[in-house]
Design a binder for this molecule. Structure first.
Ligand code: FAD
Length: 488
């Protein structure tokens, strides 16, 4: 990664310094000076996201990858003007939601302008007949959910980062919420998009329930991590607020029996909202906090819905099925405690991250039921040679499951610590590729996963690269992310 290089010095007619001065001038003219920042102290925040090795740089006092400026557009027209001028001047633009991404997706590796979308924070309308919300990209997750609750609805999208992530960030990374089994991932909730392409043109896709009008543009842009377009607003599906919530904990002897029970629930029409199986180490780690079992694996399960009778019936049948499959009922406490602490878990990371010589990270992957156990065992065995590793199976689908590994590596030497961290990632990514799993379930690619993405997608990545070259020939939008390398 490079630092302080905005913009690329490829335009021989104008020096880099001159370009920066000019960019600040035209940005100020377009948005007003109070919506542009360029002082280095303020820009430090934009030089990194939550990609874990970034903490090592911070601990060592290294600040690199500073952008030239950050700006705060308030309308789609303003975004379009900024993009047009940036394109004319060949200056990179990096969309920035709340910077909670964990793969380096917002790092301005070639400098440029950070387009911070948090002032595009209007919740434009709630359609209570169609059950949709039209919302701007910069709205924070928690603000949207509170608004919907007041209207009697929920988005049903609850990432652990709900307090520190935006709608645009969710859409751009294919985010998953904790109740994905019932409500789906963000790509399942998107109905239409508004945004700006690299040439500055504004697009709106159509707000219709389904269509057969060729490839789905929304789904091409969802997950594109700011490389193909800036998303400025979206229409998303919403659900009535659940009237009834029934949460509970069960214990299984081991991972294979717990996984089998999850599969059966998903495939026997007993789909809950929350379904999470913790492996023995993760169960031990959460034992006190969640009133989990002393040994074996904790399974947290929650049914909820707007229809009381249906929710009760489903939970009754679901819980009975778990008992038939060898589970021990732990009562309501683990389920209710999980609900209470569900956003607290992730923030505990920062305590560990503050300790020198330690690096904690997570890797989430997606795998069909047949291969889930093998992948889990393979990665856990290999990473345990490097440090502490634990996993939970946090999102379950009819076809398979997400395995969410957490690992902690230690070394007093920062370089060796980096190597151990990378080794753990390599092991997990290569195991996925070998087994035929997907290298990411919901955190996305950013910078860090690019090389493995190319291997997973094969010719698919070549097609995406051609699309990128066609619609953003000068690679203005978030350069070098998603493994996009060539440019005109
Ligand atoms: C404590 C913690 C817990 C987490 N838990 C979860 C979880 O449960 N589920 C989950 O899915 N993720 C989780 N994450 C990861 C992260 O929160 C998600 O990736 C989230 O979607 C990022 O949103 P953001 O607004 O912070 O985006 P950013 O980090 O600002 O950006 C992420 C990427 O999207 C692009 N982007 C942002 N906004 C736009 C836009 N409007 N148009 C085009 N491109 C854009 C950026 O350029 C970048 O490439 C967690 C992260 C942390 C730190």
């Amino acid at each position: 990664m490079r630092g302080q290089e905005c913009p690329r010095p490829e335009d021989k007619d104008m020096s880099t310094d001159n370009k920066i001065v000019k960019a600040l001038e035209w940005l100020g003219n377009l948005l007003g000076k109070n919506r542009v920042i360029s002082d280095q102290a303020s820009l430090v925040i934009y030089s990194r996201d939550i990609f874990m090795p970034g903490y090592l740089d911070l601990r060592e006092g290294k600040i690199q990858n500073l952008p030239a400026a950050a700006c705060f557009p308030e309308t789609v027209e303003e975004v379009a003007k900024v993009i047009s001028r940036a394109r004319e001047n060949r200056i990179p633009v990096i969309a920035y939601g709340a910077g909670s991404g964990v793969l380096g997706g917002t790092i301005p590796v070639t400098g440029g302008i950070m387009l911070d979308l948090k002032r595009m924070r209007e919740i434009r309308s709630v359609n209570k007949i169609a059950h949709t919300v039209e919302v701007e990209a910069g709205v924070m997750g928690e603000d949207l959910e509170r608004h919907l609750i007041r209207e009697g609805f929920t988005l049903g999208h609850f990432p652990s980062s709900i307090y520190c992530s935006t709608v645009g960030g969710w859409l751009s990374t294919r985010s998953a919420g904790q109740l994905s089994a019932k409500y789906g991932k963000i790509e399942d909730l998107v109905i239409s998009l508004e945004g700006v392409l690299a040439d500055g043109s504004v697009f709106h896709t159509r707000n219709t329930p389904r269509s057969a009008t060729g490839p789905d543009l929304d789904q091409i842009l969802v997950g594109s991590e700011g490389t193909l377009a800036i998303i400025t607003a979206a229409v998303l599906a919403i659900s009535p607020l659940p009237a009834k919530k029934i949460y509970r904990g069960f214990a299984f002897n081991d991972v294979p029996s717990g996984l089998e029970a999850m599969r059966v629930l998903l495939q026997k029409e007993l789909v809950p909202a929350a379904l999470r199986l913790y492996d023995p180490i993760d169960t031990g780690f959460n034992q006190a906090k969640l009133s989990g079992p002393d040994s074996g694996c904790l399974l947290v399960i929650g049914y909820e819905g707007a229809n009381d009778e249906l929710t009760e019936l489903k939970s009754k049948l679901g819980f009975a099925r778990l008992l038939e499959m060898g589970a021990t009922d732990l009562g309501e406490a683990p389920g209710l405690k999980w609900l209470e602490h569900r956003y607290a878990v992730s923030y505990n990371r920062s305590k560990i991250m503050a300790s020198p010589g330690a690096l904690l990270d997570t890797i989430e992957v997606s795998v069909i039921w047949r291969d889930a156990l093998e992948l889990y065992q393979k990665v856990a065995a290999a990473v345990s040679k490097l440090g502490l590793v634990m996993a939970h199976f946090s999102h379950a689908w009819r076809e398979g499951v997400c395995i969410y590994f957490s690992f902690l590596v230690n070394d007093p030497d920062p370089e060796k610590l980096r190597q151990k961290h990378l080794e753990a990632w390599k092991t997990a990514m290569e195991a996925c590729l070998e087994i035929g799993a997907s290298i990411s379930h919901h955190h996305g690619i950013g910078l860090h996963r690019a090389e493995w993405l190319k291997k997973e997608l094969g010719v698919g990545h070549e097609i995406l690269q051609k699309l990128k070259n066609e619609i953003d020939p000068h690679h203005i939008l978030n350069p070098e992310k998603l493994g996009f390398g060539e440019k005109a």
